[in-house]
Write a protein that binds this ligand. Structure first.
Ligand code: 13P
Ligand code: SF4
Length: 304
């Protein structure tokens, strides 16, 4: 089957079977074209609650599908490729956080949404890259333990110096690959381009940026800007999507190595097979995990 035919078949089947397809912005163009909604982690979380479909297929990584399940436990939630995890989400275990909380009474545990459902059960509030500043500012507490992304944590600390933010070792292996040398090389090659980066990049890289924001934030900024050239410091799919959406502008990946192999795992065939019921992984979470892990997510949606 040709790509277009497969896409048409997916569109037909999702209507017939009352299936809603969510896709993270890092997914391929052929997948984002058939999705009902495409966005960053925060927008996906919000959207998860509003659809009336019986089944939701998440094209992204596991923690995103778990978030959908927690927000809509009555729905069947399928991760389109069961092998797609986020390495950062699995870097820490629950016991470490429990021990840190015991040693630091009075601290609020703020978890990046890129964490497992199990880890969220012992956290106070979740944030995403687009909602982190607003939420940390809004918190009553001035003492924060931030997990698991030290780069995002350092970015928040710089913007909100009045709060004390304890960082716990961790981060995104994809964004960590981008170095200051990449910045110099890209700026030398494209001196007029603006540098837009994700806060998962190191502070040394972020220091050179004209704009720091989530995947959707970067896309919105580039679309609205009067500038014509941009160096994109996040997963390279974003530079590709922008090139299609803004044909009058030029987009250069900050590093050719900024590829998230987990996000790239899902194919259009996976999505088709999910709808046909022959692929994908149904997300199951026990009631206690949903009850406890949902609290920090609800708090995020309330404050963000
Ligand atoms: P966003 O919140 O910007 O979508 O980021 C999620 C992610 O995994 C980035 O690597
Ligand atoms: Fe996880 Fe990094 Fe991939 Fe995002 S880019 S899903 S944080 S590994």
């Amino acid at each position: 089957m040709k790509i277009r035919e497969l896409q048409d078949e997916i569109i037909r089947l999702k209507k017939e079977k009352n299936v809603y397809i969510l896709a993270h912005s890092y997914q391929s163009k052929e997948i984002t074209e058939i999705a009902d909604f495409v966005g960053d982690s925060f927008a996906l979380s919000r959207k998860a609650q509003t659809s009336s479909a019986d089944t939701v297929i998440m094209c992204g990584v596991r923690f995103m599908a778990e978030t959908v399940k927690m927000l809509s436990p009555e729905k069947k939630v399928i991760l389109s490729n069961g092998g797609a995890g986020c390495p950062m989400a699995e870097q820490m275990d629950k016991d470490l956080i429990v021990a840190l909380k015991e040693r630091n009474p009075g601290y609020t545990v703020v978890a990046y949404i890129n964490t497992t459902a199990e880890l969220k059960t012992v956290c106070d509030v979740c944030v995403t890259s687009s909602s982190a500043l607003k939420i940390v500012r809004a918190l009553d507490s001035d003492k924060i333990i931030f997990i698991p992304d030290c780069n995002l944590g350092a970015y928040i600390q710089k913007q909100i110096p009045e709060k004390e933010i304890m960082l716990v070792r961790g981060g995104c292996p994809t964004h960590a690959r981008i170095t200051e040398r990449d910045v110099k090389k890209a700026k030398d090659a494209h001196p007029s381009a603006l540098l837009l980066v994700h806060p998962e990049c190191t502070p040394e890289v972020c220091d050179h940026a004209d704009y720091i924001g989530s995947t959707s934030g970067i896309m919105e900024y580039a679309k609205k800007s009067d500038a014509k050239e941009f160096i994109i410091g996040t997963e390279n799919s974003i530079a590709q999507h922008l090139a299609y959406e803004c044909p009058d502008k030029r987009f250069y990946p900050l590093s050719k190595d900024c590829v998230c192999h987990n996000m790239r795992l899902t194919t259009l065939v996976d999505v088709y097979d999910c709808i046909c019921g022959t692929a994908g992984e149904e997300i199951t979470l026990d009631d206690e995990t949903i009850k406890l892990a949902r609290r920090p997510i609800d708090k995020m949606l309330e404050l963000g």
